[in-house]
Design a protein around this ligand. Sequence first.
Ligand code: NAP
Length: 247
Amino acid sequence: MNKPSNSKVALVTGASRGIGAAIARRLAKDGFAVAVNYASSPAQADALVAELQAAGGKALAVKADVASAGEVRAMFNAVEAQLGKVDVLVNNAGVLKTVPLAEHTDALYDQTFDINVRGTFNTLREAATRLNEGGRVVNFSSTTLALNMPGYAIYNATKAAVEAFTHVFAKELRGRNITVNAVAPGPIATSLFLDGKTEEQIQTFAKMPPLQRLGQPEDIASVVAFLAGPDAGWVNGQVLRANGGVA
Ligand code: NAP
C-alpha cells in the first residue's frame, strides 16, 4: 500500500490466474491500484495481492461471481470503498468448454452464457454509472470467433455478444471521455486453453500463427496495458485481435 493515494484504479475480473493475473501484474507495474477479482480461487488471488503489495503496489482481492448482478454491485462498492472509484475495467473473466453443438448440455450453455455474456453485462452496467471520466473498458472476445472451428459454437456466440456490447457501449458513453474496446486473443497457454488437450493438439495450435508459438498471458497483458493507458486514447469501439497472425 505504498503507492500515492491518487493512483488510478483498475478492476480486473477473473484475475486469480491465467491472463487476468498477468494483466493485474502489468497494470500494477504501470502504477494502477489493482482490484483482483476471483470467483473460486481465493488462495491464488490472495497470493497475487500479496505479491503486488510486496512490490510496493496497492491491491485488493475481491470475490464475486460475475454472473451475479448483486455480487458485481457489491464488488464495485468494495473497490470504491477501499481503493477509490474505478478508472479501468477489464472484463477478463470467462470460461470455455469445447463441445459440438449437438452434444452441448443446457447446463453448460447456461454457465457459458452466464459468465461470458451476463458477467460482462453486469460489470458494464455498473461501469456505466460508476467509471471515472477519462476511464477505459477492455472486454474479452476471442480469435476463435474468426476461426469457426467445430466445438466452439456456444463459446463463439458468447464472444460475438461481447463484441456487440463493445461497439454499442462505446457510443453510449459519449461525452464522458471513456473508451470501450475488446481484445480477441488467439491461443494462450493458460488452463482454459491447455486443459483437456493432448500434446499433439497443443502443438497443432502452436503452429497455426505465422509467429509459430502459443501466446503467453503477458502477450495479452501488454495489449490491455496499451488500451488502458494514455497512448490508446483515440482507439474506441474496436476489437484488437492479438493472436500472432493466426486470423
Ligand atoms: P483461465 O486461465 O481459465 O482463468 C479464468 C479466470 O476467470 C480465473 O481467474 C477464474 O477465477 C475467473 N472466473 C471464472 N469464472 C468466473 C466467475 N463466474 N466470476 C469471476 N471470475 C471467474 O482463463 P484465461 O485463459 O486466462 O482466459 C481469460 C479470458 O481470455 C477469458 O475471457 C477467455 O475467454 C479469453 N480468451 C482466452 C484464450 C486462451 O487461449 N487462453 C483465447 C482467447 C480468449 P476463479 O479461479 O477464481 O474462478
